[in-house]
Write a protein that binds this ligand. Structure first.
Ligand SMILES: NCCC[C@H](NC(=O)CCC(=O)O)C(=O)O
Length: 446
């Protein structure tokens, strides 16, 4: 039986906007209050999905969430009709309104942590939606993330979708953005690597000073328990707090792994040698050997890595066993990064191809190719058991492009969030999307 890695990309929602909500995420802060183009954002994301599907990579799509989240607004005391709720929130707290409208669920690397069936005690694929409790605008995603995952992976013989961890700072969880699976190949025994930013119950452990560490060790450990992972095949490593303070708000901004390759910046981990030792030791137990690709600060500075999102790339295994690196266009525009990449693909190592995409709309909020996708390795039997309507095909691509062109605005400025017509437009769009994806009841629109 073969196992393939599906990449589930988030379909960018109709309310994609720049609200500057993510303290510690440099791009989100720099673009605050500029106008976005939700239509272009969605089309850019779909173009990536289609191109990778056409190349033979298994590609799925995760639907956007219903926005604004009226439940959130009402729970915070904004009452009356929907139009009243929007008007009051806009007047009294535009930041809460923007949080209720955020399209941030597009970054599906933060939707959940996923453990393939090969790794888990009960032989099912396990998902834990991330509570994302460090940021208000992301903290309400997990309810719908769980609902969508349960709708797509509904067969309980194969899949287990847990509830998010308790939404308290001790269990801050940002999902797969801080999680990597290392193995000889997708179908082989694997090591799951969890990278955390701080330790709640050990005040002496290092932590960033300027920006928040969103993932805790305690959260990572809880997920490993929930998923039934084996201790000898699970590694917990601390992210370098200094890089968090320079804008590396998730580990996937500074490292990416695929199969037995770990592509990372020398400053990624608090203790690089210790991290490599633990990973190698665990991999040894599954008969695999790490192939590290280490980038030092002399080749690419941390600032260039954060600006270009070099490490927020997708590393994909091709049919011939070599790997392609899926990068944002910003990598080609940054001279140091572009030069590094030329050397990388010419060097005879595991990566021999670059595939670049224009993801500017998402990048301006700090989300690159890797942020936009959730990896789910599935056996053929599991793939057949999931809901097939979310697998990217040429036909689905054309259907979704037409849907975006029909429903999305091409300009959204912060003040537009106060327009009650926007909420009505989005509700109509999502109602149609449920049908297009064959997922009736996907949204709890009551
Ligand atoms: N994995 C990439 C996540 C990017 C995301 N940006 C945002 O939420 C920005 C939203 C805004 O500022 O409007 C974040 O920081 O969690």
């Amino acid at each position: 039986m073969t196992t393939r890695e599906f990449n589930f990309d988030g379909l960018v929602g109709p309310s994609h906007n720049y609200a500057g909500l993510s303290f510690g995420n440099v791009a989100s802060f720099n673009n605050v209050k500029s106008a976005s183009n939700p239509r272009q954002a969605a089309l850019q994301g779909l173009a990536k999905m289609r191109a990778l599907a056409e190349r033979g990579f298994a590609q799925g799509v995760l639907p956007p969430q219903a926005r604004p989240n009226f439940r959130l607004l009402r729970s915070l005391g904004f009452t009356g009709s929907d139009a009243d709720v929007l008007a009051r929130a806009c007047k009294e707290s535009p930041v809460i309104l923007a949080s209720a409208y955020s399209a941030s669920s597009m970054w599906t690397a933060n939707a959940a942590t996923v453990s393939p069936s090969r790794d888990t005690l009960d032989g099912r694929v396990h998902f834990t939606p991330a509570n994302l409790n460090n940021k208000l605008h992301r903290s309400h995603e997990h309810v719908q993330s769980g609902r969508a995952l349960r709708a797509i992976f509904r067969d309980e013989r194969h899949f287990a979708v847990h509830d998010a961890l308790p939404a308290t700072p001790a269990f801050g969880d940002e999902g797969a953005a801080n999680h990597t699976r290392l193995a000889r190949e997708h179908g082989a025994d694997a090591v799951e690597l969890f990278v955390y930013g701080r330790v709640e119950f050990d005040p002496a452990a290092p932590a960033p000073k300027r920006y928040p560490a969103r993932q805790t060790l305690e959260a990572s450990e809880a997920i490993a328990r929930l998923h039934g992972l084996q201790e000898a095949r699970t590694v917990f490593v601390q992210q370098n707090p200094e890089v968090i303070d320079q804008g590396v708000f998730h580990n996937d901004v500074i490292a990416v792994g695929n199969a037995d390759v770990l592509f990372y910046h020398e400053l990624a981990f608090a203790d690089e040698q210790g991290a490599l030792f633990s990973i190698r030791q665990a991999l040894d137990g599954v008969g695999a050997e790490l192939r590290p690709i280490r980038v030092d600060a002399g080749q690419v500075s941390l600032a260039d890595a954060v600006q270009s999102y070099l490490f927020n790339s997708q590393l994909l295994t091709k049919a011939d066993g070599k790997m392609a690196l899926v990068i944002p266009r910003e990598c080609e525009e940054n001279a140091a990064v572009a030069a590094y990449l030329q050397g990388l693909v010419a060097g005879g190592g595991p990566v021999d191809e670059l595939i670049h995409f224009d993801l500017r709309q998402s990048m301006r909020n700090g989300g690159g190719p890797a942020c936009l996708r959730l990896r789910v390795a599935l056996t053929d039997e599991e793939a057949a058991a999931m809901h097939g309507g979310v697998v990217m095909t040429d036909e689905l691509y054309r259907t979704l492009v037409a849907w975006v062109e029909k429903h999305y605005r091409d300009r959204l400025a912060p003040q537009d969030l106060a327009d009650p017509a926007l909420a009505i437009e989005i509700a109509a769009a999502l109602e149609e999307l449920e049908r297009l994806l064959g997922l009736p009841g996907l949204y709890d629109l009551a």
